[in-house]
Design a protein around this ligand. Structure first.
Ligand SMILES: Cc1cc2nc3c(=O)[nH]c(=O)nc-3n(C[C@H](O)[C@H](O)[C@H](O)COP(=O)(O)OP(=O)(O)OC[C@H]3O[C@@H](n4cnc5c(N)ncnc54)[C@H](O)[C@@H]3O)c2cc1C
Length: 303
């Protein structure tokens, strides 16, 4: 089966990107993972999820922004989204990517943009989670996180279990009472920085998950991996850790059955709801992480 690296490389070729983003038939597949293109779409999906007892974090899709005005328009979108979520009585949590806020343009510009969003979130009692992008951004993302977290406790970050460095990062983040979302990691990384084998990533995830459950500050376990989720539940029961101390998180459109089951069992479950026109890189990562998605997609193309 094609590796994640190969799938992501093919997907980044301009003709492939053009075919998929312009082709109407692909829309249905995209809709499986993306709430829609407008804030209204995200609010509609969030309202539906919340009516089923699920929490949400909305994400205005986009990354690798190299134009100042575009980065500023992303900030404006979040400044509209946060009060809109609050007014609708929804969870006021958003996820942001720093390259969408201008990290590739200038560090200070990105920090300023992020701070505007975090301040707005603070005003409406909301929370901002910084997504983690590929490893070339890890250190800069954490530096920016630490610079703002002292003043804004409503700011959290993501750590990827596949990176060798993550154990140390988690220890430092626990030390400063930061809220960490733990995920496996979605980018194509070389073996010099990340575990190359699935089994290694899974065992790193379990190790880091236990650390966060015991000592972390409102940790979020972001995974659809049922065996890891079962282990987490067994671990918290054994340790007497109450369900309010942590949450599970999953992506919109993936394992809806399990999302609802966990809510029924009394666990907090948050769904990451992406929306916006710039859905392409997010969509290709979802295809690349599961062979069945890719086969489904290729069958659709051939038809
Ligand atoms: C809330 C949330 C936030 C995230 N934020 C980040 C981030 O900031 N940075 C980052 O690098 N990654 C992020 N990710 C993605 C993450 O790193 C993984 O790539 C992704 O979650 C798949 O890994 P898994 O833990 O579900 O386990 P896997 O072993 O990949 O999957 C376990 C099972 O989940 C189901 N599944 C998983 N993925 C899919 C899919 N695409 N389509 C259909 N079924 C699927 C399948 O049943 C599969 O067998 C996030 C994930 C979540 C849930």
């Amino acid at each position: 089966m094609l590796s994640r690296t190969v799938v992501l490389k093919i997907a980044s070729l301009p003709p492939v990107r053009h075919l998929i983003t312009r082709g109407r038939p692909f829309r249905k597949l995209v809709d499986r993972f993306v709430a829609g293109e407008s804030l209204q779409d995200a609010l509609r999906v969030a309202t539906h999820l919340q009516s089923k007892g699920l929490k949400v974090s909305i994400d205005y899709l986009g990354e690798s922004v190299r134009d100042r005005q575009m980065a500023e328009s992303v900030v404006e979108e979040y400044l509209r989204a946060l009060p809109a979520l609050a007014e609708a009585g929804l969870d006021t949590q958003v996820s942001v990517k720093l390259t969408q806020l201008g990290l590739d343009i200038e560090n200070d510009f990105c920090v300023h943009n992020l701070e505007r969003i975090v301040q707005c979130a603070q005003e409406v009692g909301g929370f901002v989670r910084i997504d983690m992008e590929s490893s070339e951004y890890t250190q800069r993302t954490l530096d920016i996180f630490y610079a703002l977290h002292e003043r804004y406790p409503n700011l959290g970050v993501v750590i990827q279990a596949y990176l060798y460095r993550s154990e140390e990062d988690i220890e430092r983040l626990i030390g400063c009472k930061a809220s960490v979302r733990l995920c496996k990691g979605a980018y194509a990384e070389p073996a010099t920085v990340a575990y190359p084998r699935r089994a290694q990533v899974n065992s790193a995830y379990r190790r880091l998950m236990r650390k966060l459950l015991v000592n972390g500050h409102s940790p979020a376990l972001a995974t659809h991996d049922e065996s890891i989720i079962r282990d987490a539940i067994a671990f918290v029961q054994e340790q007497g850790i109450p369900p309010q101390r942590f949450e599970f998180e999953m992506l919109y459109g993936i394992r809806r059955d399990l999302q609802e089951q966990l809510v029924e069992q009394g666990y907090q479950m948050r769904v990451y709801v992406p929306y916006g026109e710039a859905w392409y890189p997010y969509f290709t990562r979802r295809l690349a992480e599961r062979p069945a998605n890719l086969l489904f997609f290729l069958r659709h193309v051939l038809r």
